[in-house]
Ligand binder design. Structure first.
Ligand SMILES: Nc1ncnc2c1ncn2[C@@H]1O[C@H](COP(=O)(O)OP(=O)(O)O)[C@@H](O)[C@H]1O
Ligand SMILES: [Mg+2]
Length: 370
């Protein structure tokens, strides 16, 4: 089996984790769907309790996140040709020159982030005409530019146009357009002012204050709603790259999933999985997927559990700078999560006393179920 990973971190030790998840392999897809909805529901309830419990300054903003509006335009359909995908995408086809102007020639000091695909630049366009405008005026955009040496960039680029060009939901980032010109491949998204969850959780700088408990729960809830929508019958998509760098935050800390380069159509008919090359990110990919190449919506749910654990602990899924035995977050945290008294060993010390024991236990138990 060809294993191709976008981010090479430490190798996942799958032996031990396999046993504990193997029994889940028999679960029918409906069960998984209901687990995701359960996550959404429980996180929703959880948030409600948070609001009643504290009068924090974020309470009113969080309340907005609870009103679940899940409108969508249309769903991705059967595999289509490149021409069909580009034609049916409800987005603008930009010229390379337009995007060069909008980003001021891809200025290095306007880089918003980097990923396996390439760099993401900040730019400005007119809201109505979608043509480049002066910096600071009109609508802010994020322009992702494929590295020329990116190994499978074109395929990922097309997958993003395919899915984000069709799917629309409050917890998915909006695609504004794309550009295909000679070897150039670019994607244009709405700008997400608070950047990625990864930066908020793991970047130590004065620019990023530690996220409060309430905000972490709000973000987890939003991301779960995005994932549940993807798995729903309306979309039937497996996301395959659920991780903190792909969860973006708007001004109100509403979470939106971005980066659909690895997304796949889910299984059709009564099939439980799709067979694929194993791709994803070490530390987030489900052990049974790594072992078999069988991709199911359960693989996304596993990754959700890893992200929830990262949010609870403030630790990365894989961190080689930690002492031996603590490199892999899931393996390290698992025994603590099942213990009522030792659960505090896992929780991020930066959270202080912002949560009750009951809430911590509930969140930990959700992560374990994933
Ligand atoms: N719409 C956006 N608004 C703000 N920052 C973004 C946006 N899209 C991406 N970024 C930043 O760029 C990083 C890489 O983007 P991503 O789409 O994940 O690229 P890749 O496919 O290379 O992983 C993100 O982690 C984030 O920090
Ligand atoms: Mg990414």
């Amino acid at each position: 089996m060809l294993i191709s990973f976008r981010l090479i971190g430490s190798r996942v030790k799958i032996g031990e984790s396999l046993n504990s998840v193997q029994h889940k392999l028999n679960l029918p897809p409906r069960k998984i769907q209901s687990l995701l909805w359960k996550i959404c529901r429980e996180l929703g309830l959880f948030l409600l309790t948070c609001f009643m419990w504290t009068n924090s300054k974020y309470a009113s903003r969080n309340g907005a996140a609870l009103s679940s509006s899940s409108s969508y335009a249309s769903a991705a359909s059967v595999p289509r040709s490149e021409g069909e995908i580009l034609e049916s995408a409800n987005v603008k086809a930009f010229s390379f020159n337009e995007l060069r102007t909008a980003t001021r020639n891809f200025r290095p000091d306007s880089v918003l982030g980097e990923g396996g695909f390439g760099s993401v630049f900040k730019g400005w366009i007119d809201e109505k005409t979608l043509t480049p405008t002066k910096p600071g005026t009109g609508m802010v955009i994020a322009v992702k530019k494929l590295n020329q040496e990116s190994y499978q960039g074109h395929r990922e680029w097309l997958a993003e146009v395919n899915y984000l060009g069709q799917l629309s939901h409050p917890n998915l980032v909006k695609l504004v357009g794309y550009c295909v010109e000679d070897e150039q491949r670019l994607l244009v998204y709405e700008f997400m002012p608070r950047g990625s969850l990864e930066n908020h959780l793991f970047r130590r700088s004065t620019h990023f204050q530690p996220l409060s408990w309430n905000l972490r729960m709000k973000i987890a809830h939003g991301a779960a709603k995005g994932l549940a929508f993807l798995h729903s019958d309306k979309a039937k998509v497996i996301y395959r790259d659920f991780k903190t760098s792909n969860i973006l935050l708007d001004a109100n800390y509403d979470a939106k999933l971005s980066d659909f380069g690895l997304a796949k159509d889910g299984p059709t008919g009564d099939k439980s999985h799709v067979s694929t090359r194993v791709m994803g990110t070490y530390g987030y990919a489900a052990p049974e997927y790594l072992a078999t190449g069988h991709l199911t919506t359960k693989s996304d749910v596993y990754s959700f559990g890893v992200v929830l654990l990262e949010m609870l602990s403030g630790r990365r899924a894989v961190d080689k700078n930690r002492p031996t035995g603590e490199h892999n977050l899931v393996e390290w945290a698992r025994p603590y999560l099942t213990s009522k008294r030792r659960i505090f060993r896992v929780l991020d010390p930066r959270l202080g006393g912002q949560y009750s024991l009951a809430k911590a236990q509930k969140a930990a138990s959700l992560a374990l179920q994933c």
